[in-house]
Design a protein around this ligand. Structure first.
Ligand code: BF8
Length: 674
């Protein structure tokens, strides 16, 4: 323990728990960490200042003549901007290149996740694995035509259903080809509203294949290649579309096919889901390929009996980050926390194992785990840790269940090694999660007349003012969960229905915004009325970050249902990531903007050092794609920027008067009729 404390060396300054987070469980665990002299991200955020020039986006380290640093002069630019790097790169070129590299990294992360899922699906289709199956054949049949795969065939002039195994194999092969096919364009692009697809085509931004668009960015942002910020931004669009309408969308679809399409279910959220008398296993990361097996294994009689043999009452699984969302939406496994709570789940002293795969995993977990009995297990060949207390159990889909059992057994064996002091914060909330394009349709009209028109109708008549997608991370530079919750409460108060994913969705569950009862407490009268009638929460949890593809498709369904224009950019809708931190968030933002959505980020954007490039993103893009970027750190102002945009769109659609309608009582109406 003494050595462990040295490694997790305590910073001189420490975070103030109350200003670091609005979540009481988080505050409690930050204080406990400080009492135990264990450093967390919250403390590091107060001791380490971000680089001021990096913050402006104008530090270029793309060659060894640099880093060239081009801060904006204090008084701004007066006259010609003469700043340049050694090679002559302008602030615009540097900021655009840095931005593009974030898009590339984000698109690569989502899409490589998609590739792994597609590879597992190919193994399923080839019958090379027993552990995974096709759980939702209906979804397979629904996506097959988008890959150009027939689901029926003609036999002697008669139309017959095609063999499901044959369809699966063809879909798997066509899906895998999307990453590296030598010619053509991504197949899913045609799922977008037709005017949007035509616009992309005319602008020449249709992605060719997923990998190529990422490689293209890395090439063009190499020293001495693309030195026109507008042309660099154009490639950002191409690569981001390869993510949102490509890799991420394929990931979502094939996960649904193999693990089941989510439908609404009840669960809980926050660290209070951990149980002192159970073996607690926290699953953290992004790819559900492993976590699906862990859930199945943890529910087996064999493992539960083994846990009981060791003195535990059972096995409690909990999620962190998007893996948490994946197992929540399909199995009801409760998330233990968001991105910023990962170290804190171990600080409880009750985490017997934390299993991590890829993305958003802190290396400091190893230092924190060293202070407790917690086994920290990495599972992905691409994501190991240098610290010697970290175990690596490489996961392979060909013996997936075996790997999962080994991990769970290790956690159970570790239960008896717990130290005396276990402190689990009591805070947790009930939530309804598991919404998706299909279930929204069902909720709005049942199986008989399921349709998005009910939603459109309520938008047109003004009960619902508009739609917001609020997604993304936490960021230790901002108050944990405050941006998400303050913003979302302001949106629903103003009758804007919210679709949420990622850590934003976990934050909503944690703070009790994901129940139908939320409507009567926080919503404006119109939205409350609709939610109460239909029985849905005003904030709908649509899954993990790759599931932002569900938001794109939900928006497409709204366009198709009619009455609100012909394209996504016509809709009274806006997007937001109030506490973003990850490169994936930038890729997501860019594909939403390029799909016609006004997208506001919180905290700050690394663009201030290059005002001309910033204007391109914040103003000019709207004239090209119908969507544009914006940034507003204050969550209330942030909400009102989105609402102002929604109102602008309502006006353009000619439905702005609907919101000013007179609400009549039954009595008034009877008088009028008489
Ligand atoms: O992919 S929201 S902190 S967990 S990056 Fe990471 Fe951000 Fe959370 Fe999911 Ni998305």
């Amino acid at each position: 323990m003494a050595e462990a404390k040295d490694k997790a060396a305590r910073p001189v300054k420490m975070a103030d728990a109350l200003t670091a987070s609005i979540c009481p469980a988080t505050q409690e665990m930050i204080e406990r960490a400080q009492q135990l002299e264990i450093e967390t991200v919250f403390d590091r955020a107060v001791t380490m200042k971000p680089c001021a020039i990096g913050l402006q986006g104008t530090c270029c380290k793309n060659c060894a003549m640099g880093p060239c640093r081009l801060p904006l002069p204090k008084g701004g630019i007066d006259g010609e901007d003469t700043r340049k790097g050694l090679c002559g790169a302008t602030a615009n070129t540097i900021a655009a290149r840095n931005f593009a590299r974030m898009v590339a990294a984000g698109a690569a992360a989502h899409s490589d996740h998609g590739r792994s899922v597609a590879e597992v699906f190919l193994s399923v289709a080839r019958k090379e694995t027993e552990d995974y199956k096709i759980k939702d054949p209906g979804k397979l049949l629904a996506i097959a035509p988008h890959f150009g795969v027939d689901v029926t065939l003609e036999v002697d002039g008669e139309t017959k259903d095609r063999d499901l195994d044959e369809i699966a194999l063809e879909v798997a092969e066509k899906a895998i080809a999307e990453w590296g096919k030598p010619e053509g364009e991504l197949r899913y692009l045609k799922r977008a509203p037709q005017p949007l697809y035509e616009r992309w085509k005319k602008l020449g931004v249709l992605p060719r294949n997923i990998d190529r668009e990422v490689v293209d960015i890395m090439h063009r942002t190499h020293m001495g290649v693309d030195q026109d910020y507008k042309n660099i931004t154009k490639q950002c669009t191409r690569a981001s579309l390869a993510d949102g309408w490509g890799g991420a969308m394929i990931a979502t679809d094939l996960q649904d096919v193999m693990f089941g399409t989510p439908s609404p279910l009840q669960s809980e959220a926050n660290m209070g889901i951990m149980k002192e008398d159970h073996v607690n296993i926290i699953i953290h990361g992004h790819e559900p390929v492993l976590s699906e097996m862990i859930v199945a294994s943890a529910q087996s009689k064999e493992m539960i009996d083994y846990a009981k043999e060791k003195g535990a009452k059972g096995i409690q699984l909990g999620g962190i980050c998007c893996t948490g969302n994946e197992i929540l939406q399909r199995h009801g496994v409760p998330p233990a926390g968001t991105f910023l709570q990962q170290e804190l789940a171990i600080i409880t002293g009750a985490c017997d194992a934390m299993v991590v795969d890829v993305q958003c995993v802190f290396q400091n977990l190893a230092n924190v785990a060293k202070c407790f009995h917690t086994k920290l297990i990495t599972t992905h060949p691409m994501a190991k840790m240098e610290q010697d207390n970290v175990l690596h159990i490489e996961f392979d889909e060909h013996h997936a269940m075996e790997d999962a059992k080994r991990i769970i057994k290790m956690a159970i064996d570790n239960f008896t090694n717990r130290g005396a002091e276990v402190v689990i914060p009591r805070h947790k909330n009930t939530q309804i999660a598991g919404f998706g394009v299909e279930s929204i349709k069902y909720h709005l009209g049942g199986t008989f007349r399921g349709d998005y028109y009910t939603l459109n109708d309520n938008i047109i008549n003004g009960r619902i003012r508009g739609i917001a997608g609020v997604v993304g991370c936490n960021n230790a530079r901002t108050k944990h969960n405050d941006g998400h919750i303050t913003l979302i409460k302001e949106l629903i108060k103003n009758d804007v229905i919210v679709l949420t994913t990622g850590c934003s969705a976990i934050a909503c569950g944690t703070h009790g915004l994901l129940t139908p009862e939320t409507a009567s407490v926080y919503c404006g009268p119109g939205l409350a009325e609709v939610c109460e009638t239909v029985g849905i929460p005003p904030v709908l949890h649509l899954g993990s970050c790759v599931d932002n593809s569900r938001i794109l498709l939900a928006a497409t369904e709204v366009v198709k249902a009619g009455g609100l224009g012909n394209d996504i950019c016509d809709l009274p809708a806006a997007g937001s990531a109030p506490e973003w931190m990850s490169e994936k968030a930038i890729a997501i933002g860019q594909y939403f903007v390029s799909s016609g959505v006004y997208t506001v980020f919180g905290y700050h954007m690394p663009l201030e050092g290059a005002p001309v490039f910033k204007d391109h993103l914040y103003k000019e893009l709207e004239t090209i794609y119908g969507g544009k970027w914006d940034c507003e750190p204050d969550p209330i102002k942030h909400a009102h920027k989105m609402i102002a945009h929604i109102d602008k769109k309502r006006k353009e659609l000619g439905i702005d008067k609907a919101r000013e309608r007179q609400l009549m009582s039954m009595e008034d109406r009877q008088q009028l009729e008489a």
